[in-house]
Design a protein around this ligand. Sequence first.
Ligand code: SME
Length: 149
Amino acid sequence: AARGRGFRELAQAVCSHLYRAYPHYSWVGVYMIEGDRLKLWAWDGPQPTQHVEIPLNAGLCGWAASTGQLANVPDVRKDPRYLQCFLSCQSEIVVPIARGGKVYGEIDIDSDRLAAFGAEEETFLQEACAILAERAAADAEVQAAGAGR
Ligand code: SME
């Protein structure tokens, strides 16, 4: 569990908890906005992603970060915004970490199941992101990275 050591540690604890607790979550990451791109600050899953940096104009991740809106995509193969990562991925949810009109980053979750994410999960993940945003707004490393816009 996170022990108040800072945003990055909290983000890692959230990723690891979500990945282990929910069998239909195949990969969980936290991306943070730095300048014109997203950078991967924390993740858990069976394998690393090649997308450790994503431009804000690319992928579901870029779309959610630049619009500040949640993306819940039941079939990634049918969504033109999708940037392919894991071949086994079938659905994906991206939830902004935002507060007071400022978007700091996002939680990104891949699933190997179609339509893995329901409305109650959207709410739960938005609540988790609200806590992350509160911590991001107060965190020295986040400020030093210039994260958010
Ligand atoms: N699929 C994402 C790219 C990141 S990976 O899933 C880890 C996207 O469309 O932005």
